[in-house]
Design a protein around this ligand. Structure first.
Ligand code: PEP
Ligand code: MG
Length: 838
């Protein structure tokens, strides 16, 4: 080992060259406090180059260390100073420099117990961290513990505890530098976003001793509530030998005046006022909400450190907005400071992070927010509970279209199966219902109406809580925080909108969803899935009649019954959206999704259609497909049974005239799903044009519309150059496009996705975060070919990825015009779009 010229130290002074990149955030933060003239004890920074040299066996120059010890008046602390405070680092080591001589002097000054405690603290840490001795041997405290620890050290190491303070300091620094390079520290910081190679600086500081007579002790103070973000001074002060008014010893003081006990504010009003003043100054200078760590020695204040306040999502919004409103940071910076995902927590009730959780299972956090309700195992039971005004949680192995009514009646949904784009997940997100899918460790026995988890049994009527933000299923009712759609939330999003260039629309099928979309300031509807309009009691019979029709004429008659209902749907959507764009997707799913499967329901159907049960059963079976997602659906249905799209086009155009005559002009956007060939677009376009002409004629009103294509098959992306000239817009349906690019069923992927992601086969669930390398390449290629063939064509994305911040950033870089996502994800998307633009 040798002393090396590469090791240098810098006294943290106002004019010193201290840089975050070299010395880490703590060193820089302390320098700022020093520049503000706060009473910071003498401190020194070692840069990351020096620290890695130390880790590699070079020892700092002994004379250099002796300067520290001399000025440090005996004892110093050593703290890590990484580039980013979130990356953690080795624990602080205190009392470095104490030896027998110093211990003797301190005993005289502070008393033996206090001096023993200081010395023992270092011996224990040093024995474990530097000498790597067994931690179990060094846990004792109290009388005699110091002598025992020194003896144990000598016995184990064959030498006495090092008495040279400079050697102690060098060895502690080396142990911290090496701990930073160890595998567990590396894994931990990488989990917090650190790169594989992350520099570490170290800060050495003269100890301000929290021991001795008078008002002496250590504490922290913070100025904002870390959960709610409201201004409130909290903290604690652990006093030593402090005498309160009654003369008794008081251990801990509250900071502000508090009826629960004595406070620092009362005990030392000037100190308290200084702390508050320092807090205000630190906030302005450090441009952050900080926690200040301080020591009082006989009434003398020392500020030893300041760290960024750890905060909840709602507090992060409050703090960023308050900093910008106070002119401390620019508005754009406030927009950049809030994690977009954090916003989705604010839209819903949340389980209070401070409250206990009785976790009985975990699954995929498919739709955020939390709710407590009574367990129900069927849609009918959910409706019955809801009609009694009892909140309920619908629990199913997986949900089917006919469960929608039950979902509407529930406060949350839990399914044993499914992934992020399964039926339950998509519908729940649309409705803003907390939802967990693919729950592991939970088994649902719908027949006996029990749920088994962790060896416990829960029956219908028992209370459970679904935390759709974390994916945790909790037994019983949990304590909740209310949604926080407050002034700060709205202000942040208004600033975001001013910065964004990519617009945000919502996927909304109903007037209720459209209202939510408007509340969250979506700029239009990017996807209205019309088939969801047929899944209600009034419409299902006509729908089934249409499906069972033998001839085109019979089909047309059944559709004629659906026409006015569809028209009303569109009129109310157009009116609500008041001239904003509304993209209506023509009918998409395979028809058998509208048919029952169990015998009782089939018999019911036979009755209503006036057909023999055997006939109905045979027809239903004949309609089954080996791979329904790749069969007769989307535009394929539109072409083989043109009456369906004809009815929908008519309903859209009639609604256009009706809504347009009373309010803002309506220019509907009609979108064709599951296209794979240009000819499909030509055929549908001819048909839709002719319906438009007929409605213009019949109603005597002019209107225009835009026809576009949903790019959901790899072939449509590849042939976008052929398709674009016939289309006013292209919208990438990345749910199906991901399914087809991977050849991976979106409804079944949940079964093994966890294992695939854990083993690193996929970095992320591609149904959740856009696969930029594969599916993303199809998006780029499709957009480029489309623009070449049709400059000015509108390009967007409307799969679930439209609400995902990383995917939104991709769409921004690709120059898309808008993203469309579930209404409750609109705020997240607005913030992410702004961050991509800034
Ligand atoms: C898609 O496939 O991306 C899409 C939005 O359509 P759906 O989820 O209805 O299949
Ligand atoms: Mg689709």
């Amino acid at each position: 080992m040798s002393a090396a010229a590469t090791i240098s130290m810098t006294r943290i002074a106002p004019s010193a060259q201290i840089a975050i990149a070299r010395h880490g955030w703590r060193a820089k933060c302390l320098q700022r406090l020093v520049r503000m003239d706060l009473p910071v004890p003498p401190s020194w920074a070692f840069d990351s180059g020096s620290v890695s040299a130390i880790a590699n066996g070079h020892l700092p120059d002994q004379d250099m260390l002796r300067t520290i010890i001399a000025e440090g008046d005996g004892l110093v602390s050593i703290r890590p100073s990484a580039l980013n405070p979130e990356w953690g680092g080795p624990g602080t080591v205190l009392n470095v420099g104490i030896n027998d001589e110093c211990h003797g002097a301190l005993s005289k000054k502070l008393g033996k117990d206090a001096a023993d405690a200081l010395y023992l603290g270092l011996v224990q840490t040093y024995a474990v961290q530097v000498a790597r001795l067994d931690p179990d041997m060094f846990t004792q405290d109290g009388p005699g513990a110091l002598d025992d620890a020194l003896r144990l050290y000598r016995d184990e190491m064959d030498e006495p505890f090092p008495q040279d303070p400079a050697r102690q300091l060098a060895e502690v620094m080396r142990s911290m530098a090496r701990a930073w390079d160890g595998p567990s520290a590396r894994l931990l910081r990488q989990a917090n976003g650190a790169p594989p190679v992350a520099p570490l600086g170290l800060v050495v500081q003269k100890m301000a001793l929290a021991l001795g007579p008078g008002l002496t002790g250590s504490g922290t103070i913070q100025f904002v509530d870390p959960v709610t973000g409201v201004h409130r001074i909290t903290g604690r002060f652990r006093g030593q030998q402090h005498q309160n008014t009654k003369g008794a010893e008081a251990e801990t003081l509250y900071l502000t005046r508090d009826e629960r006990g004595p406070s620092l504010e009362d005990a030392a009003p000037e100190v308290f006022a200084d702390l508050v003043r320092f807090g205000v100054a630190a906030r302005e200078r450090l441009r952050e909400e900080m926690v200040i760590e301080f020591v009082l020695t006989d009434g003398q204040l020392a500020i030893i450190d300041a760290i960024r306040l750890q905060r909840s999502s709602r507090a992060s919004v409050q703090i960023a907005v308050a900093l910008a409103r106070d002119g401390i940071i620019p508005e754009d910076e406030a927009v950049m400071r809030v994690e977009p995902r954090a916003l989705s927590e604010l839209l819903h009730y949340q389980v209070d992070p401070r409250a206990p959780r009785d976790i009985i299972g975990r699954g995929i956090n498919a739709s955020p927010g939390a709710a407590t309700g009574r367990l129900v195992f069927s849609a009918a039971a959910a409706q019955a509970q809801a009609s009694r005004g009892e909140p309920c949680v619908l629990v199913r192995r997986e949900t089917l279209p006919e469960d929608i009514r039950g979902m509407h009646a529930s406060v949350a949904v839990l399914t044993e199966r499914g992934g992020t784009t399964s039926h339950a997940a998509v519908i729940a997100r649309g409705m803003g219902l907390p939802c967990i899918v693919g729950a592991t460790g939970i088994s649902i026995d719908g027949r006996n109406r029990v749920l088994r988890a962790k060896g416990r049994i829960f029956s219908e009527g028992d209370q459970i809580t679904i935390d759709g933000s974390s994916g945790e299923v909790l037994a019983g009712a949990a304590e909740m925080l209310e949604p926080a759609l407050d002034d700060a939330f709205n202000q942040l999003l208004d600033w975001a909108d001013a910065a964004q260039t990519l617009s945000v629309r919502a996927n909304a099928d109903t007037a209720e969803e459209a209202e939510t979309a408007l509340r969250f300031k979506a700029q239009g509807i990017g996807l209205c899935r019309t088939e969801h309009m047929f899944f209600n009691e009034a419409r299902l019979p006509a729908m089934r009649e249409m499906i069972f029709a033998d001839t085109a004429e019979d089909r047309r008659m059944a559709l004629q019954r659906l026409l006015p209902m569809q028209r009303d749907d569109f009129v109310s959507l157009f009116k609500l959206m008041a001239g904003r764009p509304v993209t209506i997707r023509l009918f998409d799913p395979p028809l058998h999704e509208f048919l029952p499967t169990d015998r009782e329901a089939l018999r019911e159907l036979a009755f209503s259609l006036d057909l023999p049960l055997s006939d109905v059963t045979r027809r239903v079976e004949a309609m089954a497909e080996f791979n329904p997602m790749l069969g007769l659906r989307g535009v394929r249905l539109g072409i083989t049974m043109p009456e369906i799209y004809e009815m929908q086009a008519r309903a859209i155009f009639e609604a256009t005239v009706i809504a347009g005559s009373k309010g803002d002009a309506v220019v509907p956007e009609i979108m064709i799903p599951l296209v794979s060939a240009m000819r499909e677009v030509e055929l549908v376009k001819t048909q839709v044009d002719s319906v438009a002409a007929s409605v213009r004629n019949a109603m005597g009103k002019e209107f225009s519309y835009r026809l576009g294509v949903m790019v959901e098959t790899p072939r449509a992306a590849l042939r976008a150059g052929d398709i674009a000239p016939h289309s006013a817009f292209l919208s990438f349906g990345t749910n199906d496009l991901t399914q087809m690019t991977y050849g991976l069923s979106r409804d079944d992927a949940g079964r093994f996705m966890g294992s695939y992601v854990n083993q690193g086969v996929y970095e992320e669930d591609p149904f959740h975060i856009l696969d930029q390398e594969g599916v993303g390449e199809l998006l780029l290629l499709g957009a480029e070919r489309a623009r070449q063939a049709h400059p000015g064509i509108t390009i967007s994305i409307c799969g679930e990825h439209g609400g995902n911040p990383e995917s939104i950033d991709f769409c921004h870089r690709a120059g898309f015009d808008y993203v469309s996502c579930s209404p409750f994800r609109v705020p997240v998307a607005r913030l992410a779009a702004a961050q991509a633009s800034i």
